[in-house]
Design a protein. Structure first.
Length: 385
């Protein structure tokens, strides 16, 4: 039996743990938790009779009755929680992003290196999707030839963007920049599929829609069947973590953005462009990769993956590894791999190092956006040695 202690038991962590416990088939259970929200603590305690409610991080990580610490706290707390758990001799599963600053990332890596026998996994759920794994198999089999360039994106439904702009993610002090909070998944997939790292990056972005002067947009649509206005879904349903912190998304009490574009030049001379928008009526999470022998195009939201070879009269091969959704139908596969690590020590494919590399790319893109300069990423990568 492996026992879990939880730091930050929000909605996302509830989903992760439900799948992990189910996959564990009686060999994994949640023993204790600590959450700074009294409302969340009361809800979790009521839903899990017998669970131990801890009063501090130190109390939880100090328990002899837990083997693993699962971290689902505010992003800015990840460093402190991860380091405390590792120093206490626990294995760690940390939700993405692994940390919100370069210094915090390096602190976690240093703690992992001090405790090499302890596992550390990062919740990059997309990496566990059959969709992206099929794409990676095609690339590794040489079907692209040499990769030349690519574009990738993520567009969010307006209510999804609204929820994030009305909760704790609206402030970088809590969540880090939005491209880190929302898109480090995509940066991890970029690094994994290309087998390379960005050498330099540039980015532009801003807050165009979710601000106070646009509150009148909430009056354009009728009240929905559940009794809330279109942009109030996060307020009305608890769609977002930290319900007690939720306010209208049309607020100026924030320092984040709702759209951003980026260009990246990889160390292997592949060029990439990225776009995310938090207010779109047509949703995509797409990769479009052009190589010397063919082209791969896929959208995880539809599950449709295409390969077209170069040549006379090319025939496009179309497969659907998954039905399609925003997490690539990968919640259960991730839970399975986490349980395999917990019970049998099988290494997880998404490590602390992966988490730091994806965070570094996201942080460099934010540096480029804020400074208006092309950012040389060599100092980022040199700090890892």
């Amino acid at each position: 039996m492996k026992r879990i202690g939880v730091l930050g038991y929000g909605r996302r962590m509830e989903t992760v743990l439900r799948n992990v416990v189910q996959s564990g088939r009686g060999q994994v259970r949640v023993e204790a938790f600590y959450d700074t929200s009294e409302k969340t603590a009361a809800r979790i305690a009521a839903a899990n009779p017998g669970i131990r409610v801890c009063r501090s991080v130190a109390e939880l990580v100090g328990l002899d009755t837990i083997d693993w610490v699962f971290i689902g706290s505010f992003n800015a707390a990840h460093r402190d929680h991860a380091v405390a758990a590792l120093e206490a001799g626990k294995h760690v599963f940390c939700e993405k992003p692994v940390a919100t600053t370069r210094a915090h990332c390096l602190d976690i890596l240093a703690a992992c290196r001090r405790h090499p026998r302890q596992s550390f996994g990062v919740g990059f759920v997309l990496r566990y999707s059959a969709f992206y794994r099929q794409m990676k198999q095609w690339i590794d089999a040489g079907r692209l030839g040499e990769l030349i360039s690519l574009e990738f994106n993520e567009t969010l439904a307006p209510y999804h963007g609204a929820a994030m702009h009305g909760n704790w993610r609206r402030r970088t002090a809590w969540s880090g920049p939005m491209i880190l909070e929302k898109c480090c998944h995509d940066m991890d997939i970029l690094l994994w599929l290309t087998g390379s790292r960005p050498a330099r990056v540039a980015s532009f972005g801003g807050l165009n829609f979710f601000k106070a002067k646009n509150a009148h947009y909430n009056d354009l649509y009728p009240v929905g069947p559940n009794g809330y206005r279109y942009y109030d879904r996060g307020l009305a349903t608890g769609f977002a973590v930290g319900e007690e912190h939720n306010i209208t998304p049309f607020n100026d009490d924030k320092d984040t953005v709702d759209n951003q574009v980026a260009i990246l030049e990889m160390e292997n001379e592949v060029r990439a462009s990225f776009h995310y928008c938090m207010h779109s009526a047509q949703l995509e999470r797409r990769f479009y990769m052009c190589g010397t022998r063919g082209t791969i195009r896929g959208d995880v939201l539809t599950g449709r993956l295409e390969y077209t070879p170069v040549g006379w009269d090319p025939q496009t091969e179309v497969v659907r590894p998954i039905a399609g959704n925003d997490h690539g139908n990968a919640e259960e596969p991730m839970a399975h791999d986490v349980v395999e690590c917990m019970l049998r020590g099988t290494p997880l494919p998404t490590t602390a190092e992966d988490g730091v590399r994806a965070a570094f790319v996201s942080l460099a893109l934010e540096e480029a956006r804020v400074s208006g300069q092309v950012v040389d990423m060599r100092p980022y990568w040199q700090s890892l040695t």
